[in-house]
Design a protein around this ligand. Sequence first.
Ligand code: IVH
Length: 653
Amino acid sequence: MTFEEYTQAVEKLNLYAYHYYVLDDPLTTDEVYDKLYHEVVGFEHNNKEKILKDSPTQRVGDVISSGFSKAKHLSRMWSLEDVFDADGLQKWLTKTYKLDTNISFYCEPKFDGASLNLIYKNGELFQGITRGDGVVGEDITQNVKTIRSIPLSIEHQKTIEIRGEVVIFKDEFDKINLERIKQGEAVFANPRNAAAGSLRQLDSSITAARNLVFLPYGVGVNELDHKLLSEKMEYIYSLGFKKPPQRARCKDYKEIQDIYEVMKSERESYPMMLDGMVVKVNEIAAQIDMGYTVKNPRFSVAYKFPAVEKITTLKDIVLQVGRTGAVTPVAIVEPTDIEGVVVERATLHNFDEIERKDIRIGDKVIILRSGDVIPKIIKVLTHERSGKEKKLSRPSVCPVCGSELLDEGVLLKCQNLKCEARVVNSIIYFASKPCLNIDGLGEKIVEQLYNADLVKSVLDLFDLSLEKLLRLEGFKEKKAHNLLRAIENAKGCEYWRFINALGIEHIGEVASKTLSEAFGERFLEVSKEEIIACEGIGEEMAESLLEFIRVNRESIIQLQEILHPKEPEQKAEAKENPFKGTTVVLTGTMSESRGAIKEMLESLGAKVSSSVSKKTNFLIYGEDAGSKYDKAESLGVKTLSEDEMRQLLREGS
Ligand code: IVH
């Protein structure tokens, strides 16, 4: 590799990374990236003096510091005044309009993470500094360099401070905590703590592993001459920074209120946590005129979302035994309204967690509810204890069947296959939506059937009769008929549902689909090698599957004979047509739903992707096509209107 080739390779890698980490729109595969990366590493190994500062190899976190030195921000980092409701916003506006009437606003999410100041000099990342007291923070440049959404170099040559929030995406947060539970470490209470903690690691390889994301929200020292903040921000994004999932220019109270409602209702669908929306006066000249109070800018306010954290009392801890035998503690709390939902239970993860946090019955605790996840206890208010709180000791026997528990540290397990809780829960699971989807067979009915000795295993479901059901309390003809019909309807289900319904540990919906497609009925006979060869199935899953088959072969076969699940069909090969084997992206409003058009194209053998890249063969657009269209044009991707697509199909077939 010559130096010139090396320079080009670095540029290419940075472009790939930008598309992957900033635009969420990969240009290539991991394999292509890795191959080029290794070539770059090879060159650098032999030419240490020629290593470019913005080479991706310079991001690897292998720097261990003994502590962080202090560093001064070039200009102060402020905080924000908070308002909590429409009334508060109205008051803030009145106050602000008194300073200037001729203003508009720029609104963006208030990200819940750790603030960070980036100083760029001569187009290169010079320093990354934590907020600290706003004047002086800690120099965490080494760690900051591992964050892939922070460019190491930018086109802007003059000195500039770019400020933003470092966050951890929600899915990444769950992954980290799961891993921590496995390692017996304390879990992070929320993504904000996780982000802040990860930024301040002395070993930068830990920071690197956490997949942090930087979202810019403003500038400090700068020589930009945009008249509007919104223009400034567009410029910052164009330098290679990530855009927020939502932003808007608003002219008045009503428009601010509208976009606030949008963000509030969409917040669960964003990958990162938000705790509100920030409203900023958009005109830079007005901002400068308005200036600052001792703490906050006058031109900006944080309009918070309703709290999802509340203080309540822990009334009891009950033990649940799942279908796999895992015993999990569940907190019963004083019913508390959090954003319109009354919370009465919260997860406690496991006993190690209870011991580590020293959670006692009677404690005042902070609970967090976010979206559809189960509420959890994030903190115990130990200073509020009266002394009457009771510790819960680690159970040694199953709370349901009384048999001795297997204590694996984090996991406590009831090993009795006949334990009522295990049986009942596996029947409930068997009937649930992603399994056989049997209507009317929920928790209460399953318990009733079990207690009446009518159903002691899933096989018994298929021996139910009208006569048997009518003996039960609450069962009249109609209800009994409906249940029998729903059970009957499960016959002939898709094969993956059958596999999923067996409730094999570690084998969920996705793996069931994979196994079903790969093996169908033959899945009872496959070897470990064959299983592991399937995409997304690892050793642990394969072993769990094989063990399950070994123990339950007879009942699986019996169940299969009753259910006759449908073997997956081999997809018929599409006839020759202009879209067969192509990659297509759809955008804009079409004459039918995009879902319907997607299905049609897929049946023709096309792959329908959600984002445009160089690999896209066609962009098919309807009315109001947006940025995907522009992108296709700029990449030279062929664009077709919906009519042109239909025309091509008529001609092609
Ligand atoms: S503007 C002029 N915009 O919230 C003051 N801050 O409570 C600078 N934050 O320390 C803040 N998202 O770390 C601003 N879109 C956003 C933000 C945001 C999160 C954080 C920031 C700041 C804190 C103030």
